[in-house]
Design a protein around this ligand. Structure first.
Ligand SMILES: Nc1ncnc2c1ncn2[C@@H]1O[C@H](COP(=O)(O)OP(=O)(O)OP(=O)(O)O)[C@@H](O)[C@H]1O
Length: 280
């Protein structure tokens, strides 16, 4: 598979304070990866390096085959970025701003389709300063995708969204067919959207894999629940399939209300962060 984002051994410091020690991961074309980690772990700094807004001190970075530090206009047109709110454009109207920005790209989304996709059709004629916080964020997302980018960077895209807006945004992303790297503190969102999860902790990648792989590697056990007669049972097991096979071999049709639970991303994440604390 083609690699869309490749970041290898990246180090970065603000003044004398080192914040990234060794950030290494890749994202294949078409993949959605969620970058997770505690406050101050270095997620935004990493994204800003990938966007070409910050310089690294060491390491190699390529986005769509180009070092972002040297990306020209043609490269930039293929990269979508969701920045924090566009406060400078408060007097512009929503449709007007999107139409204006679309003009910079060779194959932009038709503005009305984009307005529908982000749920801003009703606000199309409003001035940006009159939008609610969540509507403003939807506009940020629309601005990020207006040029139909090949790679999209989203830094906490749904912060401040109500549950319906969040749901609609997830559908929007699922329909994009773009490589996506997003940061979020919403683990359910990460689990829903991401093919892979990369966890940063104090400037280092401490985990990288699918939610299922991470659950297996870090929590190491599934939980199996069942009922037999009046009695309810719960067991933790590293291999739930073998366990259930054995359970049926022993008790056959007496086994009822069987449930198998893989560790959620939230359990995995908390276990990992706790392990990192202990190792400190
Ligand atoms: N402009 C800056 N100057 C100095 N230090 C900074 C600057 N920006 C970020 N930092 C520091 O770098 C570290 C990493 O910050 P960064 O914003 O990348 O973390 P993050 O993982 O995105 O955190 P959060 O989840 O809180 O958004 C933090 O310790 C932060 O205080």
């Amino acid at each position: 598979m083609t690699t869309a984002i490749d970041i290898d051994g990246v180090r970065m410091r603000y003044g004398a304070t080192e914040v990234l020690y060794d950030v290494t991961f890749g994202v294949s074309a078409g993949e959605t990866v969620a970058l997770l980690g505690p406050n101050g772990a270095g997620k935004t700094t990493t994204i800003e390096i990938l966007e070409g807004f910050r310089q690294r001190h060491a390491g190699r970075v390529e986005v769509l085959g180009t070092d972002p530090a040297r990306g020209g206009d043609a490269w930039r047109a293929r990269v979508g970025i969701v920045l924090q709110s566009w406060r400078d454009h408060a007097k512009w109207r929503v449709r007007e701003l999107l139409g204006h920005l679309a003009g910079y790209y060779p194959r932009p989304w038709p503005v009305d389709r984009l307005l529908t996709a982000v749920g801003l059709t009703e606000q199309a004629g409003q001035k940006i300063r009159t939008l609610s916080g969540g509507q403003r964020r939807r506009l940020d997302v629309a601005i990020g995708v207006v040029g139909r980018p090949d790679v999209l960077f989203l830094d906490e895209p749904t912060a401040g969204f109500d549950p319906v807006a969040r749901h609609e945004f997830h559908d929007l992303l699922a329909g994009l067919e773009t490589t996506v790297l997003l940061t979020t503190h919403d683990l359910a969102e990460a689990e829903r959207l991401a093919d892979r999860i990369v966890i940063l902790d104090r400037g280092r990648v401490v985990a990288d894999g699918t939610p299922a792989e991470l659950a297996k590697e870090i929590v190491g056990a599934d939980e199996v629940r069942w009922r037999r007669g009046d009695q309810r049972f719960t067991r933790s097991t590293p291999d739930s399939t073998a366990f259930v096979r054995e359970l049926f071999a022993t008790h056959g049709t007496e086994v009822a209300e069987l449930e198998v639970h893989r560790a959620s991303l939230e359990q995995t994440y908390l276990a990992l962060v706790q392990q990192a604390e202990v190792a400190r």
